[in-house]
Design a protein around this ligand. Structure first.
Ligand code: DHB
Ligand code: MG
Length: 185
């Protein structure tokens, strides 16, 4: 499993955001081993739920085990498969979320954002991880599709009429990176 989980201090940051807005419904795109799923699950209000999307079946198994150890199985719904497909399913179910955390395949970030908006209401907070990447995102000629995906994501957030947003740069256990924080108007 790649070491792509958020750090402890980043987790606390996300928990405080979740608690500030009294979240009862969180959507996470990219479960990996469920580190952030557990962090966010612990910040839910009473009877809250987190839906977490993961396409790698081995990681889903690890995540389920970790969630069980954290005694959060009753609050977590892991959906295995392509995130964009699961997000269409969630739309059809009429679901909306208070907080959406985007932390999966960076080349698909623009698509995740548009799908997230379909699952939002006025006041939904959308957070995306890894939007700075040691400053690599400043280089428009970078040939890495992940960097180009984040660049398109950042542009889309900046010009989207439904969003007001900022990017917070972070330095720590995960190196130099950052979060985009967007509020749905
Ligand atoms: C990568 C992905 C992440 O979500 C992260 O936090 C760090 C690195 C990556 O794909 O390289
Ligand atoms: Mg990440």
């Amino acid at each position: 499993m790649p070491p792509h989980n958020i750090s402890a201090t980043q987790g606390k940051f996300l928990q405080i955001i979740a608690q500030m807005i009294n979240t009862k419904a969180i959507l996470e795109i990219g479960t990996l081993g469920a580190y952030s799923t557990i962090v966010l699950g612990r910040a839910l209000q009473e009877n809250g739920q987190i839906v977490s999307l993961e396409m790698n079946s081995e990681w889903v198994k690890v995540a389920q085990k970790n969630i069980a150890i954290a005694k959060l199985s009753n609050k977590v719904d892991i959906r295995e498969g392509l995130a964009l497909k699961s997000m269409v399913d969630l739309s059809k179910e009429g679901r909306t979320f208070d907080l959406i955390f985007i932390d999966a395949n960076k080349d698909q970030n623009p698509d995740y954002l548009l799908a997230a908006l379909q699952l939002s209401r006025k006041g939904t907070v959308i957070v995306a991880d890894n939007v700075i990447r040691e400053g690599a995102i400043i280089d428009e000629t970078n040939s890495d599709q992940r960097i180009q995906g984040i660049r398109r994501f950042n542009d889309l957030v900046a010009q989207h009429p439904q969003l007001t947003a900022t990017t917070l740069q972070t330095v720590g256990a995960k190196g130099y990176d950052g979060f985009t924080l967007a509020l749905v108007k």
